[in-house]
Design a protein around this ligand. Structure first.
Ligand SMILES: Cc1cc2nc3c(=O)[nH]c(=O)nc-3n(C[C@H](O)[C@H](O)[C@H](O)COP(=O)(O)OP(=O)(O)OC[C@H]3O[C@@H](n4cnc5c(N)ncnc54)[C@H](O)[C@@H]3O)c2cc1C
Length: 390
């Protein structure tokens, strides 16, 4: 078999998937002194999977310890890299505003805010007037809400490009158009990857294949429960009635969320009836699902109409408990899964990449406790429950 691994026979680490996660792993490996790293993607260009479809939100308003820890660690990394990344900034702290008209839900939101504050999250509880001051474009009854001033937006492409640029500058090698179709292990435990661009050998392999992570793991006979789920993002027509910058604004009663996209507004909603699958076709009925709640809560956006041609779909990579799988696989030494971020892969990429790099170089994650994200949690019945899923 041909070996295309340039001037090394066996890569120390082969990363399958050059999305934001694989690029972050590569970046952090390079920063922590790792060498001889190979980054592989099936597409001709990096970052063209789910990463290129994301809404780009980042928030620490969660209800599980590990989600909060991952968000805060990622925010710290992004702050520390701010000068190096330069302008335009990839991380804009425009905030996340959750609002509700339901007093009982507002009570739960206040409890969540107390939980978050106890873990170092900047979050403000707002009464109805406070919500209206932050979101004068929100109509209807309002009981209250919460606002996270450190939450906001990441430019997914710019962050991925930054990670990739710095990783390759530090010597990480890349192979695109190289779909991994088989993975074998020889007697010494070295992995052999069969790809569309030749075969490679590696001492360690990272599964960062996003929605395809389950398929990649299956090449080694490992069951990684990550399923693809289609998600729509709808672009409005020009919408001058809203301020030029608004927080990610979530109607917690319906799950409709909006943010600015230039002069327009981007609208998201999680369809509870969406079946798992790789289907990326735009569902013409989808806009009908959100029309009534959108018009009721954000009437100016409803009036702006939808620009269906410029709206799009992408794949969430979903695990049974909507938390990532990050860690080694029992019985397959050298194989690491970093996948299944369930809609949080952009925001958690900085911390996840660093944790994975630490595992590869030091044997464990030292910066964030990611033990709750182990693959084994499902077999042990230790799935994690997050109630602020969008
Ligand atoms: C509509 C939408 C909105 C979203 N909004 C947000 C948000 O607001 N905030 C947030 O944090 N996250 C959001 N996400 C989720 C986020 O996009 C993902 O969690 C993140 O991009 C996952 O990154 P990844 O690198 O794991 O996957 P990907 O970007 O999909 O990268 C995986 C890569 O693996 C490659 N690959 C797969 N199989 C193989 C193979 N066999 N051989 C070689 N290469 C392979 C693919 O080509 C791909 O490039 C959103 C997602 C969607 C779809």
């Amino acid at each position: 078999m041909a070996d295309h691994a340039d001037n090394f026979d066996v890569a120390d680490v082969a990363i399958i998937g050059a999305g934001v996660i694989g690029c972050s792993v590569a970046f952090h490996l390079a920063r922590l002194g790792g060498t001889n790293v190979l980054l592989i993607d099936k597409e001709p260009l990096p970052g063209s999977g789910s990463t290129s479809k994301a809404n780009g939100g980042i928030r620490a308003q969660f209800t599980t310890d590990v989600n909060i820890a991952m968000s805060l660690a990622s925010m710290d990394i992004l702050d520390a890299l701010e000068d190096e990344i330069g302008q335009p900034s990839v991380y804009r702290k425009a905030g996340y505003l959750f609002l509700t008209s339901d007093p009982a839900r507002f009570g739960a939101m206040k409890n969540a805010a107390a939980f978050q504050k106890a873990r170092g999250v900047a979050v403000e509880v707002l009464d109805a007037a406070g919500v209206r001051a932050r979101a004068p474009y929100a109509a209807g009854e309002i009981a209250g809400g919460t606002f996270g001033p450190r939450d906001g937006f990441i430019d997914p492409g710019a962050l991925t490009n930054f990670f990739l640029r710095e990783a390759t500058r530090a010597g990480v090698r890349t192979r695109y158009g190289a779909e991994v179709t088989a993975i074998d292990r020889d007697g010494s435990g070295t992995f052999r990857l069969t790809t569309a661009a030749g075969d490679f050998r590696a001492a360690a392999v990272v599964d960062a294949a996003g929605p395809f992570a389950g398929r990649v793991a299956a090449l080694l006979g490992v069951d990684v429960p990550v399923v693809p789920v289609r998600r729509h993002l709808l672009l409005s027509g020009p919408c001058p009635a809203l301020p030029p910058e608004i927080p990610m604004t979530i109607d917690a009663d319906t799950g409709v969320l909006i943010r600015r996209e230039g002069s327009r507004v981007l609208i998201a909603y999680s369809n509870p009836e969406e079946p798992p699958g790789f289907n990326l076709a735009f569902d013409p009925d989808f806009p009908l699902r959100i029309a009534a709640p959108l018009d009721a809560r954000f009437p100016a956006v409803g009036e702006a109409g939808l620009d269906i041609k410029r709206s799009w779909t992408g794949l969430y990579e979903v695990t049974p408990d909507h938390h990532a799988i990050l860690g080694p696989v029992a019985g397959v030494p050298g194989f690491l899964v970093v996948a299944g971020f369930s809609g949080h892969g952009i925001m958690h990429a900085p911390a996840a990449g660093r944790a994975a790099a630490e595992m590869l170089l030091c044997g464990r994650s030292v910066s964030v406790d990611v033990s709750a994200l182990s693959l084994e949690r499902f077999a042990r019945g230790e799935a994690i429950h997050e109630s602020m899923v969008l």
